[in-house]
Design a protein around this ligand. Structure first.
Ligand code: FAD
Length: 381
């Protein structure tokens, strides 16, 4: 692989950095932490105004495909939220690859203008890792599909214009072959969104589908081909589109606090900061490898698992170390007087645990690596 970025990509990165720096304001951060909605609409629109979102959509942009990674890595390293825009861009890429003309015409400009978000309706109350067991049903009725079921953890459903929903369309086929992906407007009658607030600050949702009627034009990809559509989306999510360098802003906040407070004089503090800096660098290189594979036309399924596993586990370790190091001040929250690292240590200690769950748990990623890289026997048929 080639770690060198072309001059065009370096110029793209500079433009992204400038816009992110201008929009990652204290007010934007305050709103995200108050609402739990990890989105910065002003940033999305500013990036869109310069064409920087369109360039990053897989298969669409005129830019180097590596710009997908550059965009989200820069947003994440600045400590700005990647979740909402990340999912929207990823799904725009999937629609670009497998969507019909109407889906492309409606969704892609809405995403590349920074206006529309999309949520993912895969997980259910009883189904997460083993998605092929999902029970949400889509049943044919004349020209329409009638969808009934419940989804869990539908992050951004309260702001999204569309949901991509995985539903069972043929219960007689083997489990992962009878699933279809639908792209459904969130204002379709029969959809309900209930908030779920997490310890990680981030708000997510439970969503309910009660006799939701949609036409064939809402099928994304092939009928009973939903597994393939989901796999493409997931392989981008794991390791390329953010979620792999949250340790960077944590380290910056903590190092600045250690300097201000005089704690930097302690060898144990310096050692922990150095170890986290090394882990952050390894995570960045693993991410860049996944991104390079994706940008060269491959699907970094295995490499994405390696990246996600290493990055989320080391982020968790870093926030634990820093909280132990900070003592009682590490338990104080953002904006509380005396909080270590202005409260970021406390926030990251609550946020890092969920990063080993969403987008594929640590155990699932370990299974993936064990089977596909080490050639160990399958954990499950
Ligand atoms: C904050 C947050 C946001 C999320 N956002 C979304 C979203 O927007 N859309 C969406 O569809 N989903 C979302 N998810 C759901 C997420 O993808 C699932 O939580 C995750 O896949 C795990 O599924 P589960 O919660 O059902 O746990 P389970 O799959 O029940 O797992 C429970 C435990 O068993 C382990 N385990 C399961 N299977 C195996 C196995 N084969 N081998 C070894 N260990 C195993 C797991 O690692 C875990 O420790 C979100 C989750 C969170 C926490």
């Amino acid at each position: 692989m080639d770690f060198e970025l072309s001059p065009e990509v370096v110029a793209y990165r500079e433009r992204v950095r400038r816009i992110v720096a201008a929009h990652n304001t204290p007010e934007a951060i305050r709103v995200q932490h108050e609402t739990g909605t990890f989105n910065n609409p002003a940033l999305n629109r500013a990036l869109a105004a310069e064409g920087l979102i369109e360039r990053a959509v897989p298969g669409l942009g005129a830019g180097d495909p590596i710009e997908l990674w550059v965009l989200f890595n820069e947003i994440e390293k600045a400590g700005s939220p990647v979740d909402a825009l990340g999912v929207a861009v990823m799904i725009a890429g999937v629609v670009q690859h497998v969507g019909n003309d109407r889906q492309k015409a409606e969704l892609i400009p809405a995403v590349t203008s920074g206006e529309a978000l999309i949520c993912m309706g895969y997980s259910e109350p009883d189904v997460g890792s083993d998605l092929s067991a999902l029970t949400t049903r889509a049943v044919r009725d004349g020209d329409e599909w009638v969808i009934n079921g419940a989804k869990m953890w539908t992050t951004m459903a309260h702001e999204a214009r569309w949901v991509i929903l995985l539903a069972r369309t043929d219960p007689d086929l083997p489990r992962h072959k009878g699933l279809t992906m639908f792209l459904i407007p969130m204002d379709t009658p029969g959809i309900r969104v209930d908030p779920v607030h997490t310890m990680a600050t981030e708000r997510t949702n439970a969503t309910f589908y009660d006799d939701v009627r949609v036409g064939d034009d809402c099928v994304l990809g092939e009928v009973n081909g939903g597994w393939r559509v989901m796999s493409v989306a997931l392989s981008f999510e794991r390791g390329v589109m953010g979620g792999t360098n949250p340790g960077v802003p944590l380290l910056e906040h903590t190092a600045a606090w250690a300097r201000r407070s005089g704690r930097l004089a302690e060898p144990a503090v310096r050692e922990k900061l150095a170890r986290v800096a090394i882990d952050n660098h390894v995570a960045a290189l693993l991410t860049q490898r996944s991104a390079w594979i994706a940008a060269s036309g491959g699907l970094p399924g295995l490499e994405g698992s390696m990246t996600k596993l290493f990055a989320s586990e080391s982020y968790q370790k870093a926030s634990r170390w820093f909280q132990e190091m900070a003592g009682a001040e590490g338990l104080l929250q953002l904006e509380q007087p005396g909080a270590a690292a202005d409260g970021w240590i406390e926030y990251d200690a609550r946020h890092s645990p969920v990063t080993t769950i969403y987008g594929g748990t640590t155990e699932i990623n370990k299974n993936n690596i064990a089977e596909r890289h080490l050639g160990l026997p399958r954990a499950r048929r």
